[in-house]
Ligand binder design. Structure first.
Ligand code: FES
Length: 571
């Protein structure tokens, strides 16, 4: 069929009854039952992937956003049709939201592909939702545009400004150390998350919003607008109109998510000191377009990308401050000499054309210049070595440099249960110079790679004033957390990686300078330990958990399912 005669709107992808004319007639008759006129049913269709859920606080205002998107689509002459997909609320899912990210990506992909739409607006926000939507949309390769719910506003408590969720962790650490009592922590609990929207700091949701704008999959200037700001509704309306342009021009995600735009996103990730989770998600997103994110390349970019903004968890500012300070555009302008400017975006402009427009107001208290950055090098580095042959991640921007070059004695926790049982044991044999090691919290563990890499400081050390200690695991860490924390150790312990072979008292050497993390145990001893490992005991018998266990990849491959990548490795 030629391009000219390709069906549009509801004539796309007819249900198979063996009679195309009957299928069209039946579809239109059912569509008319929803009260649409014949004229409306003939228009291009913009699908809207709605993710409202009462199990997802970050998406509380999705219905309002969807209404504004519809306004934009209607104004541009299209028919907006909302459809529901899986929604992932970070704090409401067990074992973790990451466990369900690929399920949401599959749901999103198949509903985009299976239903008749000329373009789709993806409405998401909470940590795993935006990666899942982008992964699905890239694989479906239908014109797509992302709209995020936007960050929460901060709240006030006893004269202090609070925002989820760095301040949640700060107060919890104080509570554990005995600085804050139970009544106070209960009061704080009610003042951390006081509006709709995603976490107010540079956590995973904010990082992914920034990267999505950088990739070109979101309208310029829309990543950081607070959830409750009227501008967010205007952004939603503009997104609906932009979706109509994408539909008319059939600009697909694979034209936008390219090797160059992914590299731009990595630059921004480093410049904002973004969440470590974003490496996993960006790797998975890129993998849907057949692009590999190489951790050695990340290190090369990290050495040449300065940190330009200082939001929590590393600095004093929140996302609402970044929005008022010029947003992601202000960061992109500074990074311009380091970026690939010929990348296409959903607005129809290239990144370079966007950045040629006159600069809006930029608050230099929040967004620094390339010449006078906050840090001369990027916020994240990858480490390799005998403990992490396929890599591990350290957020150096959120870590204590005094702990970067050292050797320590391993204090091992074999699982999350073991950690919970012993962390506050007064007899725990640990001091501030030791390295805490958590095993079996990676992608193949029953816990589904939780954000448990921010191991709590043992109570007895906390009470003694210890604020940081080297912590190593195959888990992830919330983008809102901080500390000298080595994460995503690959391969993970559950897949037989060296992390699972560490025993109490082993020596481990960390060198951030040399990008190394090594287990100082000879190979013969490691081989002996490997041979003595029990067979894996976690074998879910059925359902999604079974699929996940069989297909999930390691962190360095984005924890995607192999068969969902553009180029699966397995036959
Ligand atoms: Fe949804 Fe933090 S809980 S973004």
């Amino acid at each position: 069929m030629s391009e000219e005669t390709k069906p549009v709107g509801l004539a796309r992808g007819l249900t198979n009854y063996g009679d195309r004319d009957f299928a069209r007639y039946l579809r239109l008759s059912f569509a008319r039952s929803m009260g649409h006129s014949t004229a409306m049913l003939a228009k291009p269709v913009i699908g809207i992937a709605g993710t409202f859920s009462e199990f997802n606080n970050c998406h509380r205002l999705v219905p309002e956003l969807v209404a504004a998107v519809k306004r934009g689509v209607l104004a541009a002459g299209g028919l907006p049709l909302e459809f529901p997909t899986t929604s992932l609320g970070e704090a409401f899912l067990s074992p973790t939201s990451l466990f369900f990210r690929n399920l949401m990506a599959m749901d999103t992909e198949e509903m985009i592909r299976g239903q008749p739409m000329d373009a789709v607006v993806l409405v998401g926000g909470c940590d795993k939702t935006v990666p899942a939507q982008l992964m699905g949309a890239i694989s479906a390769n239908v014109p797509a545009i992302q709209l995020v719910t936007g960050p929460m506003m901060t709240g006030r408590w006893r004269g202090e400004r609070l925002g989820a969720c760095t301040d949640c962790r700060r107060f919890w650490a104080r509570y554990r150390a005995g600085d804050v009592d139970a009544a106070t922590i209960a009061e704080v609990e009610g003042n951390l998350a006081t509006t709709a929207g995603t976490c107010a700091v540079m956590g995973t949701a904010s990082t992914m919003a920034a990267l999505t704008e950088t990739l070109g999959m979101m309208l310029p200037g829309t990543a950081a607008i607070p959830a409750v700001h009227a501008d967010r509704l205007r952004a939603a309306e503009a997104t609906g109109m932009a979706a109509m342009r994408l539909a008319a021009n059939q600009v697909t995600p694979e034209q936008i998510v390219t090797e160059k735009s992914v590299e731009n996103a990595l630059r921004v990730l480093l410049a904002i000191g973004g969440s470590t989770n974003a490496i996993v998600h960006l790797t998975a997103i890129a993998g849907r377009a057949g692009i590999k994110v190489d951790l050695n390349r990340l290190n090369a970019l990290s050495d040449t990308t300065p940190v330009l903004v200082d939001l929590k968890p590393t600095g004093p500012f929140y996302m609402e401050d970044l929005n008022a300070a010029g947003g992601i555009g202000a960061i992109l302008r500074e990074l311009k000499p380091l970026l690939h400017l010929d990348c296409l975006t959903v607005s129809g402009q290239t990144l370079g054309e966007r950045l040629e427009e006159p600069a809006p107001y930029i608050d230099r208290a929040v967004v620094k210049t390339l010449e006078e950055p906050l840090q001369p090098v990027g916020g994240l580095v990858a480490l390799f070595g005998s403990l992490a042959p396929r890599g591990a991640i350290l957020k150096r921007a959120a870590a204590d440099p005094a702990l970067f070059e050292r050797e320590g004695r391993a204090v091992v926790f074999t699982s999350l249960e073991d950690l919970a049982a012993r962390i506050d044991d007064p007899d725990l044999d640990i001091d501030a110079d030791d390295f805490m090691v958590l095993q079996h919290a990676g992608p193949l563990s029953p816990s589904g790679m939780p954000e448990a890499g921010y191991l709590p400081i043992p109570a007895k050390l906390g009470r003694a004033g210890v604020k940081d200690i080297v912590r190593i695991s195959d888990a992830r860490m919330s983008g809102t957390a901080y500390g000298t924390i080595v994460l995503h150790v690959s391969p993970d312990a559950a897949s037989g990686g060296p992390l699972g072979l560490v025993r109490n008292g082993d020596r481990i050497r960390l060198s951030v300078k040399h990008r190394r993390i090594d287990l100082l145990v000879d190979e013969a001893e490691l081989a002996r330990r490997q041979a003595a490992l029990p067979p894996p005991s976690y074998n879910p018998p059925r359902g999604y958990a079974r699929l996940y266990k069989r297909e999930v990849l390691q962190a360095d491959e984005g924890c995607d399912f192999d068969f969902l990548r553009k180029n699966p490795h397995r036959p």
